[in-house]
Design a protein around this ligand. Structure first.
Ligand code: GTR
Length: 376
């Protein structure tokens, strides 16, 4: 049984041999921004695309937006609700996705925006759940526009039904490819269409945008930002294996476990590394590196060992070398994970670990928002 192979013992973590950020496949040492962006970044991006997440197709013919007549909502006093149908045409094919936007009524100028990729129960969309998962009121009161869409509206989070969205409707040729679009990428595609909406919206300051994902949606948020440079901040909350955490540590959830349980999340090629993480030509520290120099934020929870909190921190710490060496942005992640005594924030990179279990809580949000204030 795979479950019995899960390692939670730090002394059994294999020595880390991570592929270099700064040596190209041809052996060239990368030192300049030009060589990073044109050579090494491009190589690493292609590796993630083929070996881990699959392609996010960028082509379509037309995107249009229609705000639906919305009924009364919970936050009438402070916010305007826009329930937007985003229609995408590609040749003869079309798809409609739903985006929910709340705009702060008291805003005097365009508002910064926070987008949540929501994979939870649809009824939580746009409302404040008890533990703070999506704190619309607090965000609005702090002057943010909020937006969310449900995974279901682009690719259902289901091993069979995941094709019943943009895959069948817009990009059917991706389905059979071993490096084709899967659910995590499809949610990212949805986030990009939300950004298309923000870009043309007078009341939204789209250049002050944060993309947020918890757990499986955090994996998706990171891959999205690597694909789409329009996000100013990317926040992964406890995204763990296949997200923030280093795969080669094999601590907590492993590549084999995740691939066997969630066959619809990653490209088929990722299966080659089941039980063979040492063969991966990349690791997750390269994902924040792909997002550089835009701001990246990771958060972990102490008891969420399944997501390997230390592996999350290490991947940001090691990936932050691209921020410092290539873009001259000093990394605040200098302590070892064991020695952290509070959140670490600069205006480019941030990390916190809170006590407790897996979840996106108000505590996570409030610490993250301190970081957001630094960036904007
Ligand atoms: C778990 C999965 C994790 C994480 C989590 C979640 O079952 O193993 O990788 O994505 O779900 O999304 O809450």
């Amino acid at each position: 049984m795979v479950q019995s192979q899960v390692n939670y013992d730090e002394s059994k973590v294999p020595p880390l041999h991570l592929p270099s950020l700064f040596v190209s496949e041809k052996g060239q040492v990368i030192e300049t921004q030009e060589d990073w962006e044109n050579i090494r970044r491009a190589e690493i991006f292609r590796l993630f695309e083929s070996e881990v997440y699959g392609e996010i197709p960028k082509d379509f013919d037309q995107v249009s937006f229609e705000i639906q007549e919305s009924s009364a909502h919970e936050f009438e006093e402070i916010a305007i609700l826009e329930e937007v149908d985003i229609s995408i045409q590609r040749g003869e094919n079309s798809h409609v996705m739903r985006l929910n936007v709340f705009l702060p009524k008291k805003a005097k100028k365009a508002s910064p925006v926070i987008l949540l990729i929501n994979h939870r129960a649809p009824e939580e969309d746009g409302s404040l759940s008890e533990e703070g998962y999506w704190p619309v009121v607090e965000l609005i009161e702090r002057g943010f526009a909020t937006a969310s869409f449900h995974a279901e509206t682009v690719a259902p989070d289901d091993t069979v039904r995941y094709v019943d969205g943009i895959l069948n409707n817009l990009y059917p040729e991706q389905i059979e490819k071993t490096d084709g679009l899967k659910a995590l990428g499809a949610w990212g595609w949805g986030a990009m269409r939300a950004m298309d909406y923000f870009e043309q919206h007078e009341s939204i300051a789209h250049e002050k945008s944060a993309l947020v994902g918890h757990s499986r949606s955090g994996k998706s948020a990171l891959w999205t930002s690597a694909n789409d440079p329009r996000w100013a901040i990317t926040y992964s909350n406890e995204s763990g294996c296949g997200g923030a955490a280093l795969s080669k540590r094999k601590f907590g959830e492993t590549v084999e476990i995740i691939n066997k349980r969630f066959t619809h999340w990653f490209s088929d090629n990722f299966n080659q590394y089941n039980g063979a993480e040492e063969n991966l030509p990349l690791d997750q520290h390269m994902l924040p590196a792909l997002i550089a120099p835009r701001a990246v934020y990771f958060a972990s929870a102490r008891d969420d060992e399944w997501a390997d909190p230390k592996g999350e921190y290490l991947s940001l710490q090691i990936g932050s070398q691209v921020f410092s060496k290539i873009y001259g942005k000093k990394s605040p992640l200098i302590s070892s994970w064991e020695e952290l005594d509070g959140p670490v924030h600069s205006k480019d990179l941030g990390y916190h670990i809170r006590e407790g279990e897996h979840g996106l809580t108000w505590e996570d949000w409030s610490i993250f928002l301190e970081f957001v204030e630094k960036v904007f």
